[in-house]
Design a protein around this ligand. Structure first.
Ligand code: ADP
Ligand code: MG
Length: 386
């Protein structure tokens, strides 16, 4: 899909609401480049903002009403006032923009009294590319612009996360919003999750990233996340540290006997993954993409064998990608137990190569994975003002 122009978004807004928008903001999706389950263990993660976006166009609503429309949804949702509770059913997506609007007040920022809002996106929703954070950040910038306000990237990310945690009820960490807010084309976002402290590392602007989305989702996914979280905290406690990221791989090796075999595997994954994030940032500083690729695949093997949050489908994709001469490395991206594999490739890797991998992975009649070609991109911004 070709990205929509601001003129096309304005025209759709005009057709929907009968008047022009005042502002159009845009925020990118993201991929977890490396740093698997390190966030809640006090570790680091590298994210890439990607060239797939959510656009939010908005204008004040003089009657103080809330009108919301998503180009991917059926109809305009019209609310005379803030319902104050979570919306269920087909309009439940509106909890994101309404949650952002409520969060403005929580952050002592000005709120428009009412608004007309249009959402357009070329970011697949639910593919692990964080359409939810992009929707939150683009909404926050658009609503603030209606009252003449703005927000720097760190606060913007915090506000988006607050909206998702408190008003949508998803206990996400800071990776999604932090990457969407701080992203730059030609850089990755490094997040030390304990601050959080954000910085950037160079990443070749043309370096191709490929997503192979299996669309599979483990039925017990919430319980599995909670189990891994608990195992990590139990391991840290047995090792006498607050969080697993307090340990270096050498320190863990000397204390590992204190752990059951299962907890030892979980702890090794986290501690070594955290070290891999630092090694990846170093390799990127040196421009050593071959090393970056090896670290990505090592991350996957650790998920597969130690953290056990991979699936046969994700392993099969990595097994097909790893030996390909134009692939530098591949790993599951996101929480695991289903979802997608991300590959970093050389420029010579083509759409045809990706489709061939997808075909070999899933011979008909099985459903091939969704293939998405991405590059690093700039973070959330106001694109246009009327
Ligand atoms: P992800 O963030 O990985 O894409 P989530 O489940 O966190 O997946 O967020 C997806 C939800 O975000 C959707 O179910 C929907 O409520 C909302 N959303 C994302 N994109 C859009 C859009 N273009 N229009 C309306 N709602 C959207
Ligand atoms: Mg999300």
């Amino acid at each position: 899909m070709r990205p929509p122009t601001t003129q096309e978004i304005s025209a759709l807004f005009q057709r929907t609401y009968g008047h022009a928008p005042t502002v159009i903001a845009r925020a990118p999706g993201r991929v977890e480049f490396i740093g698997n389950h390190t966030d809640y263990n006090g570790g680091a993660v590298l994210g890439a903002a990607i060239d797939r976006y959510v656009w939010v166009a908005a204008a004040p609503n003089p009657a103080g009403r809330f009108r919301l429309f998503s180009a991917s949804g059926p109809s305009v949702l019209e609310l005379p006032a803030d319902p104050g509770t979570r919306i269920t059913g087909s309009g439940s997506w509106a909890n994101y923009p309404l949650g952002v609007w409520r969060s403005l007040k929580d952050f002592n920022l000005p709120q428009p009294a009412g608004f007309d809002l249009l959402v357009v996106s070329d970011l697949p929703s639910g593919a692990g590319l964080s359409s939810s954070a992009a929707l939150e950040l683009a909404t926050a910038l658009a609503l603030l612009a209606l009252v003449g306000g703005t927000l720097e990237a760190g606060r913007l990310a915090a506000l988006g996360r607050h909206a998702e945690n408190k008003y949508v009820g998803v206990p996400c960490g800071i990776l999604d919003q932090g990457t969407s807010a701080h992203g730059r084309a030609g850089q990755l976002v490094h997040i030390d999750c304990r601050g959080p402290v954000f910085s950037r590392v160079p990443f070749p602007a043309s370096a191709p990233l490929w997503i192979f989305n299996t669309r599979e989702k483990h039925a017990l996914i919430d319980g599995l996340y909670a189990t891994r979280h608990r195992e990590c905290l139990d391991a840290a406690q047995a090792l006498g540290v607050a969080l697993l990221a307090d340990l270096t791989p050498a320190q863990l090796a000397s204390r590992e006997k204190k752990l059951t075999p299962v907890l030892a595997k979980r702890a090794r994954h986290i501690v070594e993954e955290n070290a891999r994030v630092h090694d990846t940032a170093d390799a990127l500083q040196r421009g050593d993409l071959a090393m970056v690729g090896r670290l990505l695949t090592a991350s996957h093997r650790s998920s597969q064998h130690l953290f056990e949050n991979s699936t046969p489908a994700l392993d099969a994709l990595v097994n097909l990608l790893e030996p390909h001469p134009a692939v530098l490395g591949a790993r599951l991206t996101g929480g695991g137990f289903g979802g997608a594999v991300m590959a970093l490739t050389r420029d010579i890797f083509t759409e045809q190569d990706a489709v061939e991998i997808a075909r070999r992975y899933a011979a008909p009649p099985a459903r091939p994975p969704e293939v998405i070609h991405l590059q690093s991109a700039d973070g959330a911004t106001v694109l246009w003002r009327g």
